[in-house]
Design a protein around this ligand. Structure first.
Ligand code: GDP
Ligand code: MG
Length: 184
């Protein structure tokens, strides 16, 4: 069975853990545990082929508002850690919350970091989370559709709570990784 390593990146609280746990364990994590790192594994049959995916989750706070003015040493440390995770992974899920405009800027910065480290053909999926929270929505669908089109990256609006479009995210990533890293 083929094995891939992916990493889920995005600002704190956007729903990285909830998205991943929904997919790996089929439950909704309704509490917030601000752990910065975590790892999961799932075997999945996609297009009639089994694949094992190791998914590391990593919080990035590099462009988070609380770091903008103050602690540059902290920011550099996070950048170094980001780079470690980026090097180790074959595919990326870049996560922002549809309810938090600022978290989308983090995705833009991560995308550039990944391209610098891995080149521009690397498998990436962009995910906007918490689509069930319609009243709190800050990011318009047209805005993110335009962005993802400019970036040339697939984009999904998900809800880990309602289990909307979560499978599609990881299926898309697995297909991209299979195509990008063909079996010898
Ligand atoms: P992380 O820091 O990116 O791992 O964020 P979490 O996955 O821990 O999510 C942060 C908070 O948002 C938690 O309280 C989650 O229950 C909540 N959350 C995550 N995804 C969703 C979602 O799709 N819908 C709703 N309503 N809440 C969510
Ligand atoms: Mg988390």
């Amino acid at each position: 069975m083929r094995q891939f390593t992916s990493v889920v990146l995005g600002a704190g609280g956007v729903g990285k853990s909830a998205l991943t746990v929904r997919w790996v364990r089929a439950v909704f994590l309704d509490h917030y545990d601000p752990t910065i790192e975590d790892a999961y594994r799932r075997q999945v049959k996609i297009d009639n082929e089994f694949t094992s995916i190791h998914t590391a989750i990593f919080l990035t706070i590099q462009t988070a508002p609380q770091l903008e003015v103050t602690d540059t040493a902290g920011a550099e440390q996070f950048t170094a850690l980001n780079e470690f995770y980026i090097r180790s992974a074959q595919g990326f899920v870049l996560v922002f919350s549809l309810t938090q405009e600022a978290s989308l800027r983090e995705v833009e910065s991560l995308r550039q970091q990944i391209y610098r480290v891995k080149g521009t053909t690397v498998p990436i999926v962009v995910v906007g989370t918490k689509s069930d929270l319609t009243a709190e929505r800050e990011v318009h669908r047209s805005h993110i559709q335009q962005l993802s089109q400019n970036w040339g990256l697939p984009f999904y609006e998900t809800s880990a709570k309602r289990n909307w479009h979560v499978d599609e995210v990881f299926e898309d990533l697995v297909r991209q990784m299979r195509a990008q890293y063909p079996e010898e």
